[in-house]
Ligand binder design. Structure first.
Ligand SMILES: [Zn+2]
Length: 349
């Protein structure tokens, strides 16, 4: 470290910055100079760099000179660094299971359903609803008796683990409680919006959402990604004010498949309803299935949605791909491909 550099002695948020060299959240950032450029140094590996970071208006010329590294995907096709993302579904569809599976996979750096998690990343799971016994049982199934798989921190802030009611995250006291535990955390999960962020007025009014929105933007500036979990309202949209969608990068809805059999465990379709940086294959809906094996461990599987199989098979057939190969690519039997193609061609105009 250069002699003339005074280590940043600010709030703990300075430690949230990711070091590009050792990838730990150990980068200290100084207050910015006149051009909006801060000097930063890593406590862990000694890496030094200039970081654009400003609390003032900058000239376009200065701004264009900023070296902004591309945001990395925490969960490929779903959550990028500094994203705010929402998962919504009707009660009982399996939101919490989905979110727990995703959180464990992220902390382990393992794939989850169709999503890849390239690196283990720290998670803070805030739960406002589940009884502690149920939360423990659900997470135990996801971890599958192998907690050593998780190489990044996994912290739990559950309302039912506190003696006193949790302060609303729409209030400073609630936000402080969360922020005290963000070291080493890349993704904050709020399960769910209604139970954790209440008390600000009617859910369908935009101004009730404003304190949360300001906080989410603040967390983004600090380098954090947030996953909001929410209930569906009437009509199948996320419940309450549409203002929530403003700052969200991706919105995912989980729905019951048409042929749902409760005996089979949790089954749901995953639909991307809003996507800022996701296209093509990654934006396609798919069907997810959750069950437990004989040892009570979570087993997840996914497949393309049926209608999608037909459309995809037709497209590939038109490109001259053989039925056997189509079956292989789509993960279904050759007989299914044959049946789908005949049905699809009959239905085509
Ligand atoms: Zn470093």
């Amino acid at each position: 470290m250069a002699d003339n550099v005074v280590p940043f002695d600010g709030p703990p948020m300075a430690l949230l910055v990711h070091c590009r060299s050792c990838r730990r959240r150990t980068l200290h950032v100084e207050p910015p100079g006149p051009s909006g450029i801060s000097y930063a140094w890593c406590e862990h590996c000694g890496h030094e760099e200039e970081v654009p970071r400003t609390d003032r208006v900058v000239e376009l010329e200065d701004f264009l000179r900023w070296d902004l590294p591309p945001r990395e995907w925490l969960v490929e096709g779903l959550i990028q660094e500094r994203d705010a993302v929402m998962v919504h579904a009707f009660r009982g569809v399996g939101k919490s299971r989905f979110v727990h599976g995703l959180a464990v996979a992220l902390a382990a750096g393992e794939p989850f359903l169709r999503y890849g998690c390239p690196d283990p990343r720290g998670v803070l799971l805030a739960d406002g609803e589940l009884p502690r016994e149920e939360l423990q049982a659900m997470l135990a199934a996801q971890v599958g008796g192998e907690p050593e798989r998780l190489s990044a921190p996994f912290k739990i802030l559950a309302a039912d683990l506190f003696d006193q009611p949790l302060p609303s995250l729409a209030q400073r006291s609630g936000q402080d409680l969360v922020e005290a535990h963000l070291e080493g955390v890349s993704l904050l999960i709020l399960d769910n919006v209604s139970t954790l962020c209440g008390g600000t007025g009617p859910e369908n009014e935009a101004r009730s959402w404003e304190p949360i929105q300001s906080w989410l933007l603040e967390l983004r500036r600090r380098g954090l990604a947030v996953l909001l979990v929410h209930h569906d309202g009437k009509g199948g949209a996320q419940r309450g004010t549409s203002k929530r969608e403003d700052i969200l990068s991706q919105v995912v809805q989980l729905t019951r498949p048409a042929e749902y059999s409760p005996a089979a465990g949790a089954q749901f379709e995953v639909h991307l309803r809003k996507a800022r940086g996701v296209f093509g294959e990654e934006a396609r809906p798919f069907e997810a299935e959750y069950r437990t094996d004989n040892n009570g461990r979570a087993v997840w599987a996914w497949k393309p949605i049926e209608d999608d199989i037909t459309a995809e098979a037709l497209r590939m057939a038109q490109e001259g791909v053989g039925q056997r190969e189509i079956a292989e690519v789509l993960g279904v039997s050759a007989a299914t491909v044959n049946r789908r193609l005949r049905k699809g061609r009959k239905e085509q105009p």
